[in-house]
Every structure is written in structure tokens, then in C-alpha cells.
Design a protein around this ligand. Structure first.
Ligand code: ARG
Ligand code: ZN
Length: 506
């Protein structure tokens, strides 16, 4: 589902002049990648998906997954062949009702050759039938299907789709989803959106529907034993939470955090505007991972994040992503600051709300925390590279950037932007350059130097730049002390528990 670009009449006429005459356009294969510089084979060219219908049967004891995924798409060129991103064993592919030839090539490309060329603009219905043990399928020594003692979980960024459904696996091709999973009685299923179930002897079918556009990596699937709870917020938004019964000592802290999902969503709505999806929730499976993931309307958490007690900060981070990351998604993976910088900053706002340190105090604290020669400052949050997409700098320097912006344009304009941006690009994709242009428009100030300094220039900016890291006020120092570091906000360690990227250095 790609948003149509609104082009002015003049620009349209120019494009027409520059484009190759239609008669010269050749039918050909769709590209094997969608053109993302960080991940050249991610996504595919030649078509645009509008809907995934994913119908699965799973045996937790043996990890046997059988599936039929139906993809509704539109050809964006005359297509003789196209790719899907998928790693499981395929049994059969149909395109528009006819058997299609297929091969697997490269890391995770399923190459489909339909019986007939598909004309540009025409609808495509692809049916892929498959069966495999996803936990045993590795790429680069790695499976994105994580086995648990009673099932398995798919939740990873930038990819995990290929281990449970074939797709155009890039955030720019959003679609709606139906996920329907048949499991033995006594097993539960978690996925995105509204839930209904139906029973048949010995088996139960879980049906999840995501009716709002969703990026492929934000679809999640967890199968196993879960205590699933359904409720609604005071405003009427359905809330689904789910917990593995085997969280041990972390169970209480996990529930005391994730059960606040509805309340925290309402609080974030006061800052970011109306919540963009039909359901909200979170689940905590029995996995040893250290990260959480903003899977759309149904957030994945790791039990380890609650090992030191309740952590509402991580819940705020993942909920903030529903606006910044899920509704407005990256155009290219290098735009990841638009997700992580804002999700981290929302934790700073929550810290302020809870009287555990203001955003300015956190910005000053982290400015000191990473000394000027720390490798932290060598990563550019605005273009960190694929290997550093989730490095601490994208989060912490990313949030410092927002405090620098706030100091420069003032609270009124800053909060207007925080609320306006998710509306401006609702259910779409955007770049950092578009954000800068938007912030310049709302604030009426040129901001090129600010963004260049904080997002695109390696090295720690001089103390005091845009009001960040200036020497602490004399009044905050102990008697007789004339210089020193900024005070330690109470919230900072909890905030860092969101991702296990950092060790606690102090
Ligand atoms: N977007 C996730 C979060 O910040 C982080 C995912 C980290 N994934 C990874 N492979 N390191 O909540
Ligand atoms: Zn995040």
C-alpha cells in the first residue's frame, strides 16, 4: 500500500516530458530488492501489496508449521517475474489462480514466474503454500523464529516475516493483515489487532485482524502457553495483554508494567495526538532476549526487561513507537532516528512527568556520561549504518537532538511538531529530511545547522551547543566545588533497560 504522491500539474507535465514513451516500456522481472541502501535485498520491486491473509497450522511439540498465505497486490510495471522474501520450504505457488513456477535464490528470495505476464496496474493474487520447521531454518547462522519451551515467537527488526510468511519485506510497502492460526487445545496465539477464536474438536483457531496499514516487520506471531486478557480503556480502545505462565520471578514486575498499557497510551495521546490503531496491547513470552519491539498494536517484551522490577519506561518507549515508527514509518532504514530518537525522548518526558528528572537534565547527564573520546560520539544518528542501526547513539544522542531542537524553537513550537508530525504522515513513510523541512515550516527557523551538528556530524558538539551540556549552575554544586558533572536523574538506569545495548557503566 503506497501513498500516492500528489504532484502539481507543472511537475506532472515535466515528468511526462522526461519519461520514456510508454510504447518503449518493456515487460520484465521485478527487482530483487526495493532499493534500500542498508539492505539491498530487502523488499522487492514491481508490485505493491495491499493485504496479507496468513493461514497457519502449528504443532508446538515439533515446531511443524503449515501455511497458506494469500497476497493481494497490484503490478507497478509489466511483470514477467517477481520476488517474495521468504525462507521456508514452499510446496506450491499460484498466481491469479494458475500454477506458477518458482525457485529460491540467494539469502531469502522466492522467485515466482507466473504463467502469464501481468500488465502494469492490474491486480495480482498470489497464493503460497508451505510447510517447514521455522526454528531450524537459518540464514547467516540465524533463525528469526525463536523457539520457546512451549512454542515459538517471531519478533525482530529489521526482519522476521520471512520465517512465517512470504512478503514484500520493507516498511514502505504497508498492508492490512488477517492472521489465522490453528493450534492444539491448550495452546494460545498472539498476533496483531482484534481477536476472535473458533473451536473444533482438539483444536482452536485464533483469528487476528489488523485493519490499519502495517509494515511487514511490525507483524508478530507468538504461539505457546499464554494467559490472554482482554479489556478496554476508559475511552473504549480494546486492550489485549498476554503473559507466558512461566515468567517466574519476573511475572509480577512484567504485569505491573504491561497492565498500564491503556493508561500510558492515553497519556501519550495527550502529547502525540489520537492513537492511530484499533487495538493496543503487549505480550511477554518466555524468551531470553533483551530487547522489546514495537509490533503494531501488540508489543513484544522480554522478561529480562522486568528483572529489576516494574519498568513503565520501556512500555512508554514501545507505545511511543506506535506513532513514531508504526504509523509514520521509515522511508529507508537509515531514517531510524525518526523511530528511536522520538521513542527515547518520550521516556524522558515520562521521567519528567514522574518527577524523576527532566528532559533537559537527562540530555545534560548523557552529554557528560559519554566522554568526548567515547566511540558513542563517532556514530551519526542520522545515518548510523546497518551495523549500528540500534546503537545507543541513535537512541541517546537521538533524544539529545530533540532537546536541542526544543531549546532552539521553544516549547510551543516543539510540542506542536511532536503532535503534528504523526498526523502529517499518518500510515505512511517519511525521511529525516522531510522532518527537518516540517520543523522549519512550523518553527519558521532554519534548522540545517542544528540537524547537521547533532545527527550527521561525528564527534561530541561543544558544551553549550543548543543549550546541551553547558557547565552546571554553581548553585547545583556542593559547597566549595566550582565545576563538575550534571546531577544523575533518578530515571536514567530504567530508561537504559529498554535495550541491552549498554552496560551500566557506573
Ligand atoms: N525497535 C526496538 C526498540 O527500540 C529495538 C529492536 C532491536 N533489535 C535488534 N536487533 N537489536 O524497542
Ligand atoms: Zn525503540
Amino acid at each position: 500500500m503506497r501513498k500516492r504522491l500528489i504532484v502539481s500539474a507543472a511537475a506532472g507535465a515535466l515528468a511526462l516530458l522526461l519519461s520514456v514513451p510508454a510504447s518503449a516500456a518493456q515487460a520484465g522481472p521485478g527487482a530483487a530488492g526495493i532499493g534500500d541502501p542498508y539492505y539491498p535485498s530487502a523488499g522487492n520491486g514491481g508490485y505493491d501489496v495491499s493485504h496479507y491473509d496468513i493461514r497457519l497450522k502449528y504443532q508446538p511439540a515439533t515446531d511443524e508449521l503449515e501455511g497458506t498465505t494469500t497476497i493481494l497486490a497490484t503490478a507497478t510495471q509489466d511483470l514477467t517475474r517477481f520476488n517474495l522474501d521468504f525462507v521456508l520450504q514452499v510446496k506450491e505457488v499460484l498466481v491469479n489462480g494458475r500454477t506458477a513456477a518458482f525457485t529460491t535464490s540467494g539469502e531469502q528470495e522466492l522467485v515466482v514466474t507466473p504463467a502469464r505476464t501481468i500488465a502494469k496496474g492490474s491486480p495480482i493474487t498470489v497464493v503460497v503454500r508451505y510447510a517447514d520447521k521455522p526454528g531450524e531454518v537459518k540464514r547467516g547462522g540465524y533463525s528469526s523464529w525463536r523457539r520457546t519451551p512451549d512454542g515459538g515467537v517471531a519478533a525482530q527488526e529489521p526482519e522476521s516475516a520471512a520465517w512465517w510468511y512470504p512478503s514484500n519485506d520493507h516498511p514502505t510497502d504497508k498492508a492490512t493483515f488477517d492472521v489465522s492460526v490453528l493450534v492444539p487445545n491448550g495452546t494460545q496465539v498472539v498476533s496483531n489487532g482484534t481477536l476472535s477464536t473458533s473451536q473444533r474438536p482438539g483444536w482452536i483457531r485464533y483469528n487476528y485482524r489488523q485493519a490499519k496499514p502495517q509494515a511487514t516487520y511490525l507483524a508478530t506471531l507468538a504461539i505457546g502457553k499464554f494467559d490472554i486478557r482482554q479489556d478496554t480503556t476508559p475511552g473504549g480502545l480494546p486492550v489485549i495483554t498476554a503473559y507466558s505462565p512461566d515468567l517466574g520471578a519476573n511475572a509480577g514486575a512484567a504485569q505491573a508494567s504491561v497492565e498500564r498499557t491503556g493508561e500510558l497510551t492515553d497519556w501519550l495521546s495527550t502529547i502525540f495526538g489520537a492513537y492511530p490503531f484499533d487495538t493496543v496491547g503487549g505480550y511477554v513470552p518466555n524468551v531470553p532476549t533483551g530487547y522489546a519491539l514495537e509490533t503494531q498494536g501488540q508489543i513484544f517484551y522480554s522478561p529480562a526487561q522486568f528483572a529489576r522490577g516494574a519498568n513503565t519506561s520501556v512500555v512508554v518507549h514501545e507505545l511511543a513507537h506506535q506513532w513514531y515508527g508504526d504509523s509514520v514509518s521509515v522511508q529507508r532504514w537509515s531514517d531510524i532516528w525518526l523511530n528511536e530518537g522520538f521513542a527515547r525522548y518520550s521516556q524522558w518526558l515520562w521521567s519528567d512527568h514522574e518527577n524523576e528528572g527532566t528532559a533537559q537534565e537527562l540530555a545534560d547527564f548523557f552529554y557528560d556520561y559519554y566522554p568526548a573520546n567515547d566511540p558513542f560520539w563517532s556514530i551519526k544518528p542520522g545515518d548510523p549504518g546497518a551495523d549500528n542501526q540500534f546503537a545507543g547513539a541513535v537512541y541517546d544522542r537521538g533524544a539529545i537532538t530533540l532537546q536541542a531542537l526544543r531549546n532552539t524553537i521553544g516549547d510551543d513550537k516543539f510540542f506542536t511538531i511532536l503532535k503534528g508530525w504523526p498526523t502529517e504522515h499518518k500510515y505512511g513513510n517519511a525521511t529525516i529530511q522531510q522532518f527537518q523541512a516540517y520543523a522549519e515550516r512550523i518553527s519558521g527557523k532554519p534548522l540545517g545547522e542544528l540537524f547537521n551538528t547533532w545527527l550527521f556530524t561525528p564527534g561530541r558538539p561543544a558544551a553549550g551547543t543548543n543549550g546541551i551540556g553547558a557547565a552546571p549552575a554553581a548553585a547545583s554544586l556542593a559547597p566549595g566545588v566550582t565545576t563538575g558533572k550534571h546531577p544523575e536523574p533518578k530515571s536514567w538506569k530504567k530508561i537504559q533497560e529498554t535495550n541491552n545495548v549498554h552496560e551500566h557503566k557506573r
